[in-house]
Design a protein around this ligand. Structure first.
Ligand code: NAD
Length: 490
């Protein structure tokens, strides 16, 4: 069982050992629900990364030689352990992140789906073979890229690492995880679960830290590929810095997701779904609804949305904001929205905190109505439970606003018309589209990934294109003696 819910300095996990960092640089890890100190996280230095890369490159040699079918047995075991411990793992997520237990549990079960997909790698990560000319055969084989790194954000400390780790390991690589310094507990649980599943030492490491260790990862010649998930600002830095040293990088960034509501939408279903998208995980999801584009007269639906948001019991139905700094940032957006002429029809700062533990960073959901498309609350990622409403005359006007925003993670339309849904799906500029679904997360075998400033490096982070990302192909062209009469070009 877990040994990490402690107020002591967290270890790194390197070469199969829990090792104390020699650094004097540490940060407190605070529980968002109570503000209490849970642990100290070390901000590791380059020498610890060197040790992790060294252990990884040694262990990966034998690991790469194993058939995929044998490697995924460990992931199968991990899936079984995660399912057996799902409530404990959800508790850890809630403790460090502040989500409700139900939300944390959902994120753990979503990680199970990622493990299930990786367990199917022997069936889907196959090569190709073809006779390309008389007596001449071309064959591709997949080869692991070597030592890989995963750098992850605070908002899904168990699930997001498992978007990448099972795929990379299953395909024969070693993985070094650098979790968010705000939520480092789940990473050590992942290390324990992989260890208990029988993963050989060195193949998985956790190196805690901040910007310094991320930069060292980008520069490290022993790391071949980096998967990053976080804000657009950092995704761009990681993408540029890592590709400059020849690495392959898939870097997912932030989001500003637009929901379009047209008057023929089913009011009850739409309102319930929009509220779940805005307020789920207290709005701290890259798939959360952020802007609602109300086409024509949708007041009856907007009224229902407001009623449902007002009914949310903060601390019971909605968890905490990750930190005081994040709480202040979100409050700042609300303050400036009013100053900028928008109407705050619901102010989450005034919500009752009667059911929320003292000391936590809580707020209710907010609606910023009649916002102009160029206001900061309409354009920037707020990453809190706020919905900015922009009134539009036509669907084309709504699409113009959606298309003009630099992000492209998700977009959704609420309508009862198949034609409207198709028109919107064809024209929205986002990687993940919802029709009457406000959090359109594709499930395996479909892949997760955005467009535009929400993703750098091409491809998706999960699903089939992840197979290409975590492997390189070797192309083998062969002619045996009975093909001697033919030129290989024949
Ligand atoms: P963040 O970008 O601040 O941090 C992500 C990681 O980068 C962390 O491990 C952090 O230690 C590191 N980091 C932070 N600043 C750095 C710097 N200057 N240089 C190098 N590394 C640095 O993100 P966050 O606040 O932890 O998470 C929230 C963000 O993540 C939101 O923007 C959200 O939309 C995004 N996100 C995106 C997805 C997606 O799939 N697109 C999924 C989850 C979260």
């Amino acid at each position: 069982m877990s040994e990490i819910l402690t107020t002591s300095l967290l270890p790194n996990f390197i070469g199969g050992e829990r090792v104390q960092s020699p650094t004097s640089r540490t940060l407190p890890v605070l529980e968002p629900n109570t503000g209490e100190l849970i642990a100290e996280v070390p901000l590791s230095g380059a020498s610890e990364l060197d040790a992790a890369v060294d252990a990884a490159s040694k262990a990966q040699v034998e690991w790469a030689k194993m058939p995929t079918k044998d490697r995924v047995q460990i992931l199968y075991q991990m899936k079984t352990l995660v399912e057996a411990e799902k409530d404990h793992l959800a508790e850890v997520v809630t403790k460090e992140n502040g989500k409700t237990h139900a939300e944390s549990l959902g994120s753990v079960m979503r990680a199970v789906e990622c493990l299930e997909f990786a367990v199917s790698l022997p069936q889907i990560a196959t090569g190709e073979i073809m006779e390309v000319s008389q007596g001449v055969e071309c064959r591709t084989v997949r080869v692991p890229v070597g030592v890989t790194a995963a750098i992850t954000p605070f908002n899904f400390p168990f699930m997001v690492p498992l978007w990448m780790i099972p795929m990379s390991l299953g395909l024969g690589n070693a993985v070094i995880l650098k979790p968010s310094e705000q939520t480092p507990l789940s990473a050590l649980e992942i290390a324990r679960l992989l260890e208990e599943s029988g993963l050989p030492a060195g193949l998985f490491s956790v190196v805690n830290g901040d910007r310094e260790i991320v930069e060292a990862m980008c520069d490290h010649p022993g790391i071949s590929a980096i998967g990053f998930v976080g804000s657009t600002r950092v995704a761009r830095i990681v993408y540029e810095r890592s590709t400059a040293t020849g690495k392959r990088v898939r870097a997912l960034g932030g989001a500003k997701n637009h929901l379009v509501v047209v008057p023929d939408a089913d009011p009850e279903m739409t309102a319930t779904n929009v509220v779940a998208s805005v307020a789920g995980c207290a709005g701290q999801r890259c798939m959360a609804a952020s802007v609602l584009l109300a086409v024509g007269d949708c007041d009856h639906i907007l009224d229902l949305i407001k009623q449902k948001m007002e009914a949310i019991v903060v601390g019971r139905d909605m968890g905490a904001i990750i930190s005081e700094a994040a709480h202040n940032r979100i409050s700042g957006y609300l303050e400036r929205a009013e100053e900028g002429g928008a109407v705050l029809t619901l102010d989450g700062r005034k919500a009752s905190l009667e059911h929320a533990p003292a000391g936590g960073h809580y707020m209710g959901a907010s609606i910023i109505d009649h916002a102009s498309p160029d206001h900061e609350a309409s354009c920037e990622e707020i990453f809190g439970p706020t919905l900015t409403v922009i009134r539009c005359k036509t669907l084309d006007e709504a699409l113009e606003i959606e298309n003009a925003n630099p992000y492209g993670n998700a977009a959704a339309v609420y309508t009862s018309s198949g034609g409207t849904a198709q028109y919107f799906s064809d024209r929205a500029s986002a990687g993940m589209i919802g029709v009457n679904i406000g959090v359109p997360v594709p499930r395996e075998p479909f892949a997760f990934g955005g467009w535009n400033d929400s993703a750098f490096g091409g491809g998706d982070i999960t699903g089939p294109t992840a197979i290409d990302f975590w492997t390189k192909t070797k192309k083998i062209t062969t002619k045996w003696s009975d093909g001697h009469r033919s030129n290989w070009m024949s």
